[in-house]
Design a protein around this ligand. Structure first.
Ligand SMILES: Cc1ncc(COP(=O)(O)O)c(C=O)c1O
Length: 347
C-alpha cells in the first residue's frame, strides 16, 4: 500500500533511517566493548526489539513490569527493569517473570530492597538487583553512601544477588561519583558484575566513562526534535514522522493540523510541539486535544487546507504510547504495520 493511502494522522517510521540508527548504536557499543541493552520504551514493539537483538544487543530494558510481561510473552528472556518495583502485587509479578527469565531490577532504597527480598523469598528464586546511583538529573537514585549501604544489604541477602550499579543518564559528569561508589564497594569485598549507563545523549560520551560495562539507550532508534535540538543527531536521523493534514487556515498566519496532544503528546521543547519538515520556518506553538496550532508568519510558502505535512515529534517515546500502530515505510510504500504491543503498559 502506498503511504498516501493512509488516513491522517498516522505515525510513520522510515525503515532505512531506523536500520541505520540501530546499526550505528550497536557499532558504537561494539567499538567501546560495551554490552548494548536497547530500552524498548521508545517503540514498545517486539519486532523492532528483535531487529535490535539481531544487530547484536545483549538483552533489553523495559521501564515497567507490564512492558516486561509483554516482551517476555514474546520470547525475550534477558530483561532489565531499571525501576523501583514497589508493592506486593508488582513484586509478585516480577518474580513470576524471574522464574523463567534472566531478570534484573534496580533499587535506590532499603524499602525497595526489602520488598524485592520478600518476593524473591516467597518465589524461591534469587533476584538480580542493581543499585541506582543518583545522577545530575536528580531523579531516582541513591547518593553514594546509601548506594554502598544498599550494595552491602543486597550482597548479604540470601534471596538477592547484587548485580552492580545503574545510572541514568550516564553523562561524563557522573564519573567522580561512580568512581567513589566503586571504590567503597570494592573495599567491602563486594563484586560488581555490571555498571549500566544509559541515555541517547550520554551514549555520545560513553568513552569518557570507561567503567561502564553496558549501555541502555532507547530514543536513538527513532530520534526526535528534542534529540536534534540538543545536538545529539540531525534531522536525517529522525525515523518517526507524524503524517498530518492541514484542516484549517483561519488566518494568513495560522494553520490548524489534525494532530493535537492526543497525537503529538503534550511534550514541548522551547515552546514548540514538533517540526514540520515541509515548512521549516513554521512553528507548532500550541496544542488542543485534536488541534495543532501552527504559526506561519515566518514562512515564505504556506500550506493550503487539505495539504498533508510531516511532523517530527518532540518526544518520540510518548507518541508511540499514544497510538495503536506504527507504519514502517520504505520508498513511499508501507512495508510493515506494527501493533504497539506494549502501548499503555505503565503499571
Ligand atoms: C532508566 C533509563 N534508562 C535508559 C533510558 C533511555 O534513555 P534515552 O531514551 O535517552 O535513550 C531511559 C529513558 O527515559 C531511562 O529512564
Amino acid at each position: 500500500m502506498n503511504v498516501n493511502e493512509l488516513e491522517t494522522p498516522s505515525i510513520l517510521i522510515d525503515l532505512d533511517i531506523m536500520s541505520r540508527n540501530i546499526a550505528a548504536m550497536q557499532e558504537r557499543c561494539d567499538a567501546l566493548g560495551l554490552a548494548f541493552r536497547p530500552h524498548i520504551k521508545t517503540h514498545k514493539i517486539p519486532a523492532i526489539a528483535r531487529l535490535q537483538l539481531a544487530a547484536g544487543a545483549a538483552g533489553i530494558a523495559c521501564q515497567k513490569v507490564s512492558e516486561a510481561e509483554i516482551f517476555a510473552a514474546d520470547g525475550f528472556d534477558d530483561i532489565q527493569i531499571p525501576y523501583n518495583i514497589i508493592g506486593e502485587k508488582k513484586t509478585a509479578r516480577l518474580m513470576d517473570l524471574a522464574i523463567y527469565n534472566r531478570i534484573s531490577v534496580s533499587a535506590d532504597s532499603q524499602t525497595t530492597v526489602d520488598g524485592l527480598s520478600a518476593a524473591a523469598k516467597k518465589a524461591g528464586v534469587p533476584l538480580r538487583v542493581l543499585v541506582e546511583l543518583e545522577s545530575d538529573q536528580h531523579r531516582a537514585g541513591a547518593p553514594v553512601a546509601r548506594a554502598v549501604a544498599l550494595a552491602e544489604a543486597i550482597a548479604g541477602d540470601e534471596n538477592l544477588h547484587f548485580a552492580g550499579l545503574l545510572i541514568y543518564p550516564s553523562d561524563a559528569s557522573i564519573r567522580p561519583t561512580l568512581l567513589e561508589a566503586i571504590a567503597l564497594i570494592d573495599e567491602k569485598g563486594i563484586g560488581i558484575d555490571v555498571i549500566s549507563g544509559g541515555g541517547t545523549g550520554a551514549a555520545l560520551h560513553a568513552h569518557e566513562v570507561p567503567e561502564l560495562t553496558e549501555l541502555r539507550v532507547g530514543t536513538y532508534v527513532f530520534n526526535d526534535w528534542t534529540t536534534v535540538k540538543r545536538g545529539w543527531n540531525t534531522l536525517e536521523n529522525c525515523a518517526m514522522t507524524v503524517m498530518t493534514t492541514v484542516v484549517s487556515r483561519p488566518t494568513e498566519d495560522r494553520a490548524i493540523l489534525d494532530s493535537g496532544s492526543k497525537t503529538l503528546s503534550g511534550d514541548s521543547y522551547e515552546g514548540e510541539y514538533g517540526y514540520i519538515i515541509e515548512y521549516p520556518d513554521a512553528r507548532i506553538y500550541r496544542l488542543n486535544e485534536e488541534h495543532g496550532y501552527v504559526d506561519l508568519s515566518a514562512c515564505a510558502n504556506r500550506p493550503k487546507v487539505g495539504e498533508i505535512v510531516h511532523v517530527i515529534p518532540v518526544h518520540t517515546c510518548v507518541v508511540t504510547n499514544l497510538h495503536e500502530r506504527l507504519y514502517g515505510v520504505r520508498g513511499g510504500e508501507i512495508e510493515v504495520e506494527w501493533p504497539v504491543a506494549a502501548r499503555g503498559k505503565v503499571w
